[in-house]
Design a protein around this ligand. Structure first.
Ligand code: UT7
Length: 349
């Protein structure tokens, strides 16, 4: 049975650097607060009109495909993880297929927010193991800057997020013990509303908060967004930060340990842990809880902020480019976020 390995990796971040001090012109915040609570010093914002979630993904994908030593025509399937798609529908996968002039292959979008890339990798892994596909393009990309509340009201969320994209080509390999050893996916929908963007959406609350809409006579132009929803900031992401933090620091170590146990390995065997870059304090907590040394954990949130589905492939790409991921290394990817959903992937590079 074939297993899957990362044959090529690429990333793309916009040129525009936005420091914590830059954000002070829009909201009541400070460099000290942001660095102390999150570790973030700066993030990148995509060009307002010329860069989208898909265009950034395409740049990352081109690098990944080239490094895999294949052409876009040889990709068999696309899996695209994002919460900030170019369109409400269709998803970004087909836009990448079009932009890279690929064959009429399948394209799947994954909506699992911060754990989107781990979920996408896991789905790709299953397709390769069954022999269905040989080269799958797996992408995480986000353009958060288009939809954040930059007033003081939204500061707890807005200062965290940044834009960027990462991509890998997952390829079939017959080399025993190489590539993805296992993936582990979880969810708990009890807390779905603690980290969410409620509108536009079809949930029941939509009809409650929209005073003029009803199932029988919904005014056409009012289906998705009423003035009241906008006034209540329901068109922006909502996050109960402390609640998410508390759950994250339990689930991250748990799902990493699950992957190690499944493979008969210990934390001391990890060469590099790449946690989803949610908050540097979360990564530090996880490191401490698992007893990992500094050189066993890779973080770059200081420079890119939290790029949700893109954070793991961007960090993995940087670590690989810096020579911190070498052949034979045991690499662990782990994520937690909105849903709640969380997961891990253990790889032998
Ligand atoms: O990647 C997806 C998963 N997301 C996460 O894992 C995020 C998890 N949560 C977090 O990272 C943290 O909860 C945050 C960084 C979002 C917030 O940090 P916190 O230490 O939990 O702060 P808080 O929300 O409890 O707010 C503490 C205070 C509040 O003021 P008062 O009520 O104590 O006067 C906030 O209004 O900090 C205030 N505050 C800010 N002050 C300056 C919130 N955001 C800001 C800000 N600048 N940007």
């Amino acid at each position: 049975m074939p297993t899957s390995k990362i044959g090529g990796i690429g990333s793309y971040v916009p040129e525009n650097k936005v420091t914590n001090n830059d954000l002070k012109q829009f909201m009541d915040t400070s460099d000290e607060w942001i660095q102390e609570r999150t570790g973030i010093k700066e993030r990148r914002y995509a060009h307002r009109t010329n860069e989208t979630t898909t265009t950034m993904a395409v740049e990352a994908a081109k690098i990944a495909i080239e490094r895999a030593g294949i052409t876009a025509q040889e990709i068999d399937f696309i899996i695209f993880a994002t919460l900030s798609p170019d369109y409400y529908f269709p998803g970004c996968g087909v836009l990448v297929q079009r932009a890279l002039q690929m064959k009429e292959i399948g394209a799947l979008d994954i909506r699992n927010q911060c754990s989107g890339f781990v979920y996408a990798l896991s789905v790709a892994d299953q397709f390769i193991k069954t022999g269905m596909y040989k080269n799958i393009l797996v992408i995480g990309s986000e353009k958060h800057s288009f939809g954040l509340d930059f007033s003081t009201r939204g500061r707890n969320v807005s200062v965290i997020f940044g834009d960027g994209a990462g991509a890998v080509v997952l390829q079939a390999t017959e080399k025993a013990g190489q590539g993805i050893l296992s993936t582990h996916l979880h969810s708990d929908g009890q807390s779905a509303e603690l980290l969410a963007m409620y509108n536009p959406g079809t949930h029941a609350n939509h009809w409650v908060t929209n005073p003029v809409a009803s199932y029988n006579e919904a005014p056409a132009g009012d289906m998705f967004m009423s003035k009241e929803m906008i006034d209540k900031a329901e068109n922006f992401p909502f996050m109960d930060g402390p609640a998410v933090f508390k759950k994250a620091i339990v689930k991250f170590p748990e799902v990493i340990q699950e992957a190690l146990t499944k493979n008969g390995l210990a934390t001391s065997d990890i060469d590099l842990l790449i946690p989803h870059q949610a908050n540097l304090r979360i990564s530090q907590f996880v490191q401490q809880k698992l007893g990992l040394r500094d050189d066993q954990v890779f973080n770059n949130i200081q420079h890119y902020g939290n790029t949700t589905a893109a954070s793991i492939p961007i960090a993995l790409c940087q670590a690989w480019e810096e020579g911190k991921v070498k052949e034979g290394d045991l690499v662990c990817l782990a994520a937690f976020g909105s849903g709640f959903t969380w997961g891990s992937a253990l790889l032998r590079w």
